[in-house]
Design a protein around this ligand. Structure first.
Ligand SMILES: [Zn+2]
Length: 111
Protein backbone atom coordinates (compact mmCIF):
# COMPACT_ATOMS: atom_id res chain seq x y z
CA UNK A 1 0.00 0.00 0.00
CA UNK A 2 1.51 3.30 -1.06
CA UNK A 3 1.56 5.86 1.68
CA UNK A 4 -0.06 9.15 0.78
CA UNK A 5 -0.07 12.46 2.61
CA UNK A 6 -0.22 16.11 1.63
CA UNK A 7 3.41 16.01 0.62
CA UNK A 8 2.79 13.30 -1.94
CA UNK A 9 2.92 9.57 -2.41
CA UNK A 10 5.96 7.59 -1.29
CA UNK A 11 7.84 5.33 -3.68
CA UNK A 12 6.75 1.67 -3.38
CA UNK A 13 10.28 0.47 -4.18
CA UNK A 14 12.60 2.40 -1.86
CA UNK A 15 9.95 3.72 0.52
CA UNK A 16 11.78 7.03 0.89
CA UNK A 17 11.42 9.02 -2.29
CA UNK A 18 8.29 10.87 -3.27
CA UNK A 19 6.59 10.05 -6.55
CA UNK A 20 6.97 12.80 -9.13
CA UNK A 21 5.50 13.38 -12.59
CA UNK A 22 8.01 14.05 -15.36
CA UNK A 23 8.04 17.59 -16.86
CA UNK A 24 6.53 16.31 -20.12
CA UNK A 25 3.84 14.29 -18.29
CA UNK A 26 5.02 11.06 -19.92
CA UNK A 27 5.91 9.10 -16.77
CA UNK A 28 5.98 9.04 -12.98
CA UNK A 29 9.22 8.38 -11.15
CA UNK A 30 10.78 8.22 -7.73
CA UNK A 31 12.48 11.49 -6.76
CA UNK A 32 15.69 9.48 -6.25
CA UNK A 33 15.73 8.13 -9.78
CA UNK A 34 18.55 9.68 -11.76
CA UNK A 35 19.57 8.83 -15.30
CA UNK A 36 22.80 9.89 -16.95
CA UNK A 37 23.81 9.67 -20.56
CA UNK A 38 26.94 7.57 -20.88
CA UNK A 39 28.00 7.37 -24.50
CA UNK A 40 24.85 6.52 -26.43
CA UNK A 41 23.03 4.90 -23.52
CA UNK A 42 21.08 6.22 -20.58
CA UNK A 43 22.22 4.57 -17.37
CA UNK A 44 20.54 4.61 -13.95
CA UNK A 45 22.86 6.29 -11.47
CA UNK A 46 20.37 7.26 -8.75
CA UNK A 47 19.48 5.49 -5.50
CA UNK A 48 16.22 4.19 -6.98
CA UNK A 49 15.13 3.13 -10.48
CA UNK A 50 11.37 3.38 -10.11
CA UNK A 51 9.46 4.71 -13.13
CA UNK A 52 6.16 3.89 -14.83
CA UNK A 53 5.12 5.35 -18.19
CA UNK A 54 1.59 6.72 -18.65
CA UNK A 55 1.62 5.30 -22.16
CA UNK A 56 0.90 1.58 -21.76
CA UNK A 57 -0.03 0.93 -25.40
CA UNK A 58 2.47 -1.95 -25.48
CA UNK A 59 0.86 -3.64 -22.46
CA UNK A 60 -2.86 -2.90 -22.17
CA UNK A 61 -3.17 -0.85 -25.34
CA UNK A 62 -3.83 2.59 -23.97
CA UNK A 63 -2.57 5.51 -21.90
CA UNK A 64 -3.20 5.74 -18.16
CA UNK A 65 -4.40 8.83 -16.35
CA UNK A 66 -3.06 10.03 -12.99
CA UNK A 67 -5.89 8.38 -11.02
CA UNK A 68 -5.10 5.04 -12.65
CA UNK A 69 -1.39 5.36 -11.88
CA UNK A 70 -2.34 6.00 -8.24
CA UNK A 71 -4.40 2.81 -8.31
CA UNK A 72 -1.36 0.85 -9.47
CA UNK A 73 0.69 2.35 -6.63
CA UNK A 74 -2.00 1.20 -4.21
CA UNK A 75 -1.76 -2.35 -5.52
CA UNK A 76 -5.02 -2.17 -7.45
CA UNK A 77 -5.39 -3.34 -11.03
CA UNK A 78 -6.26 -1.14 -14.01
CA UNK A 79 -8.30 -2.79 -16.75
CA UNK A 80 -8.67 -2.18 -20.46
CA UNK A 81 -11.82 -2.81 -22.52
CA UNK A 82 -10.91 -6.48 -23.08
CA UNK A 83 -10.54 -7.05 -19.35
CA UNK A 84 -6.75 -7.35 -19.36
CA UNK A 85 -5.46 -5.98 -16.07
CA UNK A 86 -2.29 -4.02 -15.42
CA UNK A 87 -0.64 -4.29 -12.00
CA UNK A 88 2.37 -2.82 -10.26
CA UNK A 89 5.21 -5.37 -10.29
CA UNK A 90 8.04 -4.43 -7.94
CA UNK A 91 10.26 -7.25 -9.25
CA UNK A 92 10.14 -6.11 -12.88
CA UNK A 93 12.91 -3.53 -12.92
CA UNK A 94 12.42 -2.71 -16.59
CA UNK A 95 8.80 -1.55 -16.44
CA UNK A 96 7.55 -2.12 -12.88
CA UNK A 97 4.30 -3.47 -14.30
CA UNK A 98 2.80 -6.81 -15.28
CA UNK A 99 -0.38 -7.74 -17.18
CA UNK A 100 -2.90 -10.43 -16.35
CA UNK A 101 -4.56 -11.31 -19.66
CA UNK A 102 -8.34 -11.78 -19.56
CA UNK A 103 -8.18 -14.50 -22.15
CA UNK A 104 -5.35 -16.99 -22.34
CA UNK A 105 -4.56 -17.94 -25.92
CA UNK A 106 -3.24 -21.46 -26.41
CA UNK A 107 0.03 -22.06 -28.23
CA UNK A 108 -0.33 -23.31 -31.79
CA UNK A 109 1.51 -25.98 -33.77
CA UNK A 110 4.66 -25.07 -35.64
CA UNK A 111 3.95 -26.24 -39.17
ZN1 LIG B 1 12.21 5.10 -4.88
Amino acid sequence: MAEENKEGILCPICGNGRIKVSPDNSYIHCEFKKVEKQGKEFVDVGECKFRIFFNQSKSIGRTLNRAEVKKLLNGEGVKNAKGDTLYLDKENEAFYTRVEWAEKKPSTDLL
